[in-house]
Write a protein that binds this ligand. Structure first.
Ligand SMILES: Cc1ncc(CN)c(N)n1
Length: 229
């Protein structure tokens, strides 16, 4: 199956997520809350753009089943996953306004711009390739962290782990996998390579996102500009 081949390609990158201090910190509950807050705000505005990618998928869908799946993913992200962020924001004393108007970091903007560009230019299969690493790798991380004794019961990070390891989130990731397997069938090796490239690039962006969150990196600082003149 196409997703099995894809997994072999992205495995080293995805394994590095599990070793990343941000992800490990969620798993053992030691992550600094200010880093999580930074992540959660960037992730909220990431998800707004991610929803637009699903909408493009619906517009490009060649069957009603595919159109329906993209609209299901859009609905689940807007009203399910983003509700997790809204609840964390409330716990952290961040208003809805502030959350929605978070200033974008360079990595968040680069990642979402890449997905939107590919989704606008490409086919419905390219759109699924754009969202695949997002849905599947979060489920992969959620399921791994859920195996750590007591992690899902952590009073702060437990909600995050329970969301991404939930049967509902797992089912959505599985639907994305099934759709790309269906769409990849009958495609030329060049077209399959194109899909694989999108999944590889988005997987690399996922790592950069964890790193951005851990270092709370927005943009190159004034000092760095000065040093490089
Ligand atoms: C950056 C990122 N990638 C993926 C997901 C899971 N939808 C997310 N919330 N944020």
């Amino acid at each position: 199956m196409f997703t099995e081949q894809l997994f072999e390609k992205v495995k080293p990158i995805w394994k590095s997520y599990l070793e990343h201090p941000f992800v490990k910190g969620i798993g053992d509950g030691t992550l600094d809350v200010d880093k999580f807050q930074f992540y959660m705000q960037q992730d909220y505005i990431y998800l707004i753009e991610y929803c637009r990618v699903f909408a493009l998928g619906s517009a490009k869908a060649s069957t009603l089943d595919t159109m329906s799946l993209f609209s299901e993913l859009l609905h689940a992200t807007l009203n399910g996953e983003m509700e997790l962020h809204r609840q964390y924001a409330e716990r952290l004393g961040i208003s809805r306004e502030e959350l929605e108007h978070t200033k974008p970091s360079a990595t968040m903007l680069a990642y979402t711009s890449y997905m939107l560009n590919k989704a606008y230019q490409g086919s419905e299969a390219d759109v699924v390739a754009c969202v695949l690493a997002c849905a599947w790798s979060y489920n992969y991380i959620g399921l791994h962290l859920n195996e750590i004794e007591g992690a899902a019961d952590h009073e702060f990070y437990g909600d995050w782990i329970r969301t991404y390891s939930s049967p509902e989130f797992t089912a959505l990731a599985e639907k994305c996998k099934a759709l790309i397997n269906e769409l990849a069938e009958g495609k030329s090796s060049q077209e399959r390579q194109q899909l694989e490239d999108i999944v590889l690039y988005t997987s690399k962006f996922e790592y950069m996102f964890w790193e951005m969150a851990y270092t709370k990196k927005m943009w190159v600082t004034e000092e760095e500009h000065v040093m490089n003149v």
